[in-house]
Design a protein around this ligand. Structure first.
Ligand SMILES: N[C@@H](CCC(=O)N[C@@H](CS)C(=O)NCC(=O)O)C(=O)O
Length: 246
């Protein structure tokens, strides 16, 4: 399999966590893809475009051994979990626990995506930033964190896909300040753990899972050139021709 993704390991990637939990790590070729900026913060233009295989040109994007392309991180994690060879699964059986895990997955993913929106808004000069966007997003994130604090206080019955997404969203909040030096017009000193002790305890414990330690805060060591990315896009297109997939 080929996984096109942003190799910023200073936050936790739910797709990487799921791949590792499923025992599929060694079956994946990791293809660094920078839709915006590389690890040095340099704009990348279209050099890393994967539009030939994903019309949305977004990461993460997974291609299977037959060249079937799966995108939307929620589709990817479900696919990987289905192929689990470790015996571990992150999706509880149908019932309350499953709906709870899926709801936390949706909540955390939306918190992540809206945080990305704020980061991107912050790339505009300060006098051109839309303050309304921040005012619209922040209450959702605050209430979302409060809801997750309650979930953590109640505790979990094992590690699930909702928690993988929570790790992703929460760790990104810190990353946006450290990497992008995002200066938030409303909450410049925001600490998502402030007043949320259960969330903090859960986060610190979950970060000790091998599936997190495996990549978190470890620099990506392989090839992250645009040439490597494009070579792998071509490999996927070749697989599609070979297998008649789209
Ligand atoms: N809903 C998508 C969101 C993916 C997404 O927005 N990825 C961003 C990077 S964080 C991206 O590739 N953006 C490039 C673009 O929109 O052109 C998912 O969960 O996979």
């Amino acid at each position: 399999m080929h996984l096109f993704y942003s190799p910023f390991h200073s936050f936790v990637h739910k797709v990487l966590v799921t791949a590792h939990e499923a025992g599929l790590w060694d079956q994946i070729t990791f293809v660094p893809t920078y839709p915006f900026k590389n690890r040095k913060g340099e704009d990348q233009g279209d050099k890393y475009s994967i539009a030939e295989i994903n019309p949305l040109n977004k990461v993460p994007t997974l291609a299977t051994e037959t060249g079937q392309v799966i995108f939307g991180s929620q589709s990817i994690v479900e696919y990987l979990d289905n192929r689990s060879v470790s015996g571990r699964h992150l999706y509880p059986a149908a019932g309350e626990k499953r709906w709870d895990a899926l709801t936390r997955l949706a909540l955390a993913d939306m918190m992540f995506e809206t945080t990305v929106q704020m980061v991107m808004e912050g790339w505009h000069p300060q006098d051109q930033q839309r303050i309304g966007l921040f005012k619209w997003i922040w209450p959702k994130i605050m209430r979302g964190l409060d809801r997750l604090e309650k979930s953590c206080a109640r505790g979990f019955d094992g590690f699930d896909i909702g928690q993988a997404a929570m790790l992703h969203a929460i760790s990104y909040m810190d990353f946006r300040i450290r990497f992008y030096s995002a200066k938030d017009p409303l909450y410049p000193e925001f600490d998502c753990f402030g007043g949320r002790p259960n969330l903090k305890t859960w986060f610190d414990q979950a970060c000790q899972r091998p599936s997190v330690l495996n990549h978190h805060n470890k620099d990506f060591a392989g090839d992250d050139s645009a040439e490597f990315c494009q070579k792998n896009v071509q490999e996927v297109l070749q697989l599609q021709k070979q297998h008649g997939t789209i």
